[in-house]
Design a protein around this ligand. Structure first.
Ligand SMILES: Nc1ncnc2c1ncn2[C@@H]1O[C@H](COP(=O)(O)OP(=O)(O)OP(=O)(O)O)[C@@H](O)[C@H]1O
Length: 787
């Protein structure tokens, strides 16, 4: 057996995150905003805006009006493309709609035209929420001249944001592009960077781009997207939502429709074929991939194409392959060497990335060898070829990536190199395991989320006092109406060894549970430190003017602490607000004011108030019984396992599908396309996207083993010996079975980062081919023995 040569810390996760880097996630910024602009009491949302057209008597959408065609011409188009008219008429009739159309089919018009028409009728605004912050400015400049728009995201300075808000308030624009965080972050009305609904023009409707991020079952679930729909409805009074996505299976589409509250059948307006007809697909399983790639690029199909993207999984591979192509394709075409191929990944500097992208856009660079970071929102309609040097992580990613070719409708070619040994498959599988957690970790999180409260005891005492004998059914009723809680982000990550997104996702599952175990609120700073320069006398003084301080001191006294000596207090401000039954922003405002208050003599009180510790912030019950806590843990753990199974299933299905249409050698398709295999792959993709699976997760058990070429059993002794040697080399550290399995699979985690553990090549990534859960089992047994 050829064991994988352990290589340096994998950068795959970073590449996966490359996409997300492009996405607005400046949470710190938002927390800052939260501090600067406290959340005052929320006024009720404004009433929803009247639709432009009423429904017919039998509840149908009216025939398309002449105004709509005329608006289409105003925006520079002569006719509708498939699906556009239907979606636009629904939005103009006030009906929430989901549009699933592959890349380049014209989804943007579905919000542009209604925004234009609504603004013609009355002063109003359309919100477009898009995660691609770095592309927002391009998106803005690419809009039809008649559509006046502005954008707000966290890459802008405060001054720029304020200027944009001013434009919105004064009605100079009819379209506002926002990052999800800019909408749901802390601030003014609880609506991120936006002023309160009362200060904004009425919202005609809101469009959610990349709407698949709303679905917990999608390939790219983003928990903050869930809060998005809530904020739009509850704070801004938006009733009509338009979701846009290029990649959603039928099950995902139905799930998104549920979140957008689309009840009618026609709500999922259009679902186009997964792959546009002008794309020609091929796959091969060459052992010598480099040579095969060069042959492909010299052949008839790709040799004459001017604009090609080659996708690799790893950053260092993009650099190597680009250099290889520059050398091997030299002299074939009379152009400068630089023209031939360059690499692109998120590790390059911003200016370098811009240079490569600009050269590619204007035709001065033929081939970009890139990670998935390249191409998001790329507005180049004549990309003629996409080559996958490695297998993409899902069908969704594949479809999205090949969709960057042939957007002008002219023929384009796509080829995928599939590792016949399943090497890519193992590589991708590791990252599924990276996000899973064990039951014990789930339990520790659940205990942090549902600490016991006193509601039950208080309730019982009250009943005894008033001698009420509750009917038996009432006894079982929940007496706690939830409490506001905060758990510090960094502390939780380190204690549980899960990433921040991992914890956020688990909390989200609890929120999505039919019993709604928690309600997630925007992260906040939960620790407050009050220091009195003038000593304890001063603390006594501020107790009289600041009830939260009085509460903190009283509770400490009750707990037996000698508070008379204090001149400094540090406390969980969320807990204090909850105990008092006050809104957190109100408590924070009161505390903050202490710093600015002056005594009668006109001097400052000399009090310093500091907030720290960014925390997950939510409402949860405090009276769950032990059995209920166990049930919650079981639910969460099963949910995590289901997610792992679903992703493994999708990955395996992807591999099998590609393999079924693959040629052994690229030479079979360098010059001519095999039309029938291309169609066969397209139909496999359609089947995947169109078949409804019950919740996507409830898949039948499947056999991954057949792909596990190397059976663990044959290697068990060797693996156990390696685990023992690893444990004795690091006998001063504590490991769980999962932590050891992660290291042997080359997966970094918050407590065992790749930068440190990746350096020891004797263990890192050594057993990447073996089943992860089996490795956990062996490692756990060895750890117990080692003790
Ligand atoms: N009805 C139409 N007639 C002609 N051209 C159109 C029409 N609708 C859209 N287009 C053009 O099609 C191109 C792609 O449109 P758009 O960017 O909206 O696609 P998309 O589906 O949003 O793609 P992506 O998923 O990549 O964002 C644009 O150049 C746009 O001007």
């Amino acid at each position: 057996m050829r064991l994988c040569v352990p290589v340096a810390a994998s950068t795959f996760k970073e590449e996966q995150n490359d996409q997300e880097k492009e996405v607005d996630s400046k949470r710190k910024d938002e927390v800052l905003l939260n501090v600067i602009r406290p959340d005052y009491e929320r006024p009720p949302p404004p009433p929803p805006m009247e639709p432009l057209y009423e429904l017919t008597e039998d509840g149908k959408v009216q025939e398309t009006h002449e105004d709509v065609y005329s608006a289409l011409r105003d925006l520079g188009y002569q006719s509708f493309r498939p699906g556009q008219e239907e979606a636009i008429m629904r939005i103009l009739s006030g009906l929430s709609t989901l549009v699933v159309l592959s890349t380049g089919m014209g989804k943007s018009l579905c919000y542009q035209l209604p925004a234009y028409l609504y603004a013609q009728r009355s002063k109003c605004i359309t919100l477009v929420i898009s995660p691609l912050v770095s592309l927002m400015d391009d998106q803005l400049s690419g809009l039809p001249a008649k559509l006046k728009a502005a954008c707000i995201h966290s890459n802008m300075t405060m001054k720029q944001r304020e200027a944009a808000i001013e434009k919105v308030k004064s009605g100079q624009v009819c379209l506002l592009l926002l990052s999800p965080e800019a909408l749901v972050g802390g601030g003014g009305s609880g609506s991120g960077c936006l002023p309160s609904a009362q200060e904004l023009p009425p919202v005609a409707f809101a469009c959610i781009d990349e709407a698949h991020c709303v679905s917990e079952w999608s390939h790219n679930f983003r928990p903050c997207y869930l809060r998005l729909c809530k904020v739009l409805r509850e704070r801004l009074g938006v009733r009509c939502l338009l979701g846009l996505t290029a990649t959603a299976t039928l099950s995902t589409a139905l799930d998104i429709a549920k979140h957008l509250e689309i009840s009618d059948q026609a709500g999922i307006a259009v679902r186009s074929a997964a792959v546009p007809p002008n794309l020609n697909l091929s796959v091969s399983t060459d052992r010598e991939k480099d040579q095969a790639l060069v042959s492909l690029l010299k052949g008839d199909r790709f040799g004459c194409l001017d604009s090609i993207i080659v996708y690799c999984t790893r950053r260092e591979e993009t650099v190597r392959v680009a250099a290889l192509l520059r050398t091997c394709l030299q002299g074939k075409i009379r152009k400068p060497l630089k023209w031939q191929a360059e690499s692109y990944h998120a590790g390059l500097s911003g200016s370098e990335r811009r240079r490569v992208q600009n050269n590619f856009m204007c035709g001065e660079l033929r081939i970009v060898v890139a990670t998935v970071a390249f191409g998001m929102g790329l507005d180049k309609s004549d990309v003629r070829g996409i080559i996958h040097y490695n297998m993409p992580k899902s069908f969704e990613s594949y479809v999205q990536e090949i969709g960057r070719a042939g957007r002008d409708g002219e023929p384009a070619h796509c080829h995928l190199f599939l590792d016949p040994e399943g090497g890519d498959l193992h590589e991708l599988r590791r990252h599924i395991y990276a996000d899973t957690v064990d039951y014990y970790t789930v339990k520790r999180l659940v205990q942090k989320v549902f600490p016991a409260c006193k509601c039950k005891q208080i309730h019982q005492k009250q009943q005894e006092l008033f001698k009420v004998t509750p009917p038996s059914s009432v006894c079982e009723e929940r007496v706690c109406h939830t409490h506001e809680r905060a758990i510090p982000i960094q502390e939780t990550i380190e204690a549980l060894d899960i990433t921040e997104e991992g914890v956020e996702t688990l909390l989200c599952y609890l929120e999505l549970h039919p019993q709604r175990f928690v309600e997630l609120l925007h992260p906040t700073l939960s620790v407050c430190k009050v220091s009195c320069y003038d000593g304890l006398r001063q603390l006594q003084k501020i107790t009289k003017i600041c009830p939260p301080i009085a509460v903190v001191l009283a509770r400490r006294r009750m707990a037996g602490e000698r508070v008379e000596q204090c001149d400094q207090l540090e406390f969980d401000v969320v807990e204090v607000a909850d105990t008092m039954g006050w809104q957190l922003p109100l408590v924070k405002r009161g505390l903050r004011q202490l710093q600015w208050s002056t005594d009668r003599g006109g001097n400052g009180l000399g009090v310093l108030v500091e907030f720290s510790s960014p925390s997950f912030y939510f409402r949860s019950y405090g009276d769950l019984s032990d059995e209920e806590i166990d049930r919650v843990c079981q639910f969460l753990h099963k949910r995590v396992q289901d997610q792992e199974r679903t992703q493994l299933y999708q990955l395996t299905a992807c591999f099998k599908a590609f393999k079924s249409v693959a040629f052994c050698s690229v030479l079979s398709c360098v010059d001519d396309l095999d039309e029938s295999r291309s169609l066969q792959l397209k139909s496999l993709l359609s089947e995947y996207f169109d078949k409804r699976r019950d919740g996507d997760h409830a898949l039948k058990p499947f056999d991954l083993e057949e792909l596990d070429k190397y059976k663990l059993l044959d290697w068990e002794d060797q693996i156990r010996a390696d685990i023992r040697s690893f444990l004795s080399n690091r006998s001063d550290e504590k490991f769980s079975g999962r932590a050891v399995a992660r290291i042997f699979h080359g997966i970094g985690s918050p407590c065992y980062p790749a930068q440190t553990y990746g350096k020891d090549r004797r263990y890192w990534r050594k057993y990447i081919q073996f089943d992860f859960n089996q490795l956990i089992r062996l490692a756990t047994q060895e750890i117990i023995r080692f003790k």
